[in-house]
Design a protein around this ligand. Structure first.
Ligand code: PGA
Length: 245
């Protein structure tokens, strides 16, 4: 496990982009696992800048997003498909046909989960999975208690996640209560994983995940079992780590 402590979220985005760009040069097509939320935005801004200024090429990149709210259509302005188009895909030379987000509006979510797993397999697996972390230690929408070997499926959101995410909605009642998410097991199958965290409100989750026991109660602690995990965390989010990393 590698832990990189950075001074601010801009540096976090640049360090993450460096790691992924270096790996992208090794393989075509390149398969990225992507995340939504405020944390990966500096990385996406850096991808856009490099695409325009230094020719970082997305034409053969395939992407799989971690999760989507149940019940929101892709053009809903709070859907994760909408977010990804707005924050990244609309601004780089990616073929949108090669960008996948779990279908939150599928009639049969269980079948949709299995199909999503199959699509990842058909693409050859995920080369680099980008993650944020919830203040409760979730990754994707794998909430505390999620099996460490879980696969893409429908889940219920916890009260703490609904409260955290309500800042994006007009009122808390508008936040969907269910989502479809890659499982912890799906995430652990990725060749490389990069988890970014910034902000003091993530400090407990970060310390518990890196230095605590591996437990379903803190889903991000499952990453201790991965051979190629890099944490990029700002000083405030690293504030509760006890060891010298
Ligand atoms: P955030 O969310 O990046 O908006 O803090 C992260 C997460 O919930 O995984």
């Amino acid at each position: 496990m590698k832990v990189i402590i950075v001074s601010d979220k801009q540096e976090m985005g640049k360090v993450a982009a460096d790691l992924i760009e270096e790996d992208m040069a090794k393989k075509t097509p390149y398969v990225m696992g992507l995340a939504t939320g405020t944390t990966p935005v500096p990385l996406y801004q850096e991808f856009i800048r490099r695409n325009k200024e230094t020719g970082l090429d997305f034409s053969t990149v395939i992407t799989f997003n971690l999760d989507e709210y149940v019940g929101l259509d892709p053009d809903h302005d709070q859907s994760y498909r909408y977010f990804m188009n707005k924050e990244l895909f609309d601004h780089v030379n990616i073929n949108k046909k090669n960008t996948f987000v779990p279908p939150g509006n599928a009639e049969d979510l269980s079948a949709a989960g299995a199909q999503y797993e199959e699509a990842i397999r058909m693409a050859g697996g995920i080369d680099y999975q980008v993650l944020g972390i919830g203040s409760n230690g979730h990754i994707g929408f794998n909430e505390p208690g999620s099996s460490l070997s879980s696969r893409t499926r429908k889940v219920k959101l916890t009260e703490s996640t609904i409260t955290d995410n309500s800042r994006m909605f007009e009122k808390k009642e508008d936040v969907p209560t269910e989502a479809i998410t890659m499982g912890n097991g799906t995430i652990l199958d990725s060749r490389r994983v990069l988890l970014m965290a910034n902000g003091e409100n993530k400090a407990d989750a970060v310390a518990n995940s890196i230095e605590g026991p591996v437990t379903a109660t803190v889903p991000a602690s499952s990453l201790q079992l991965h051979q190629n995990i890099t944490w990029i965390i700002t000083q405030d989010a690293a504030g509760k780590l006890k060891l010298e990393w």
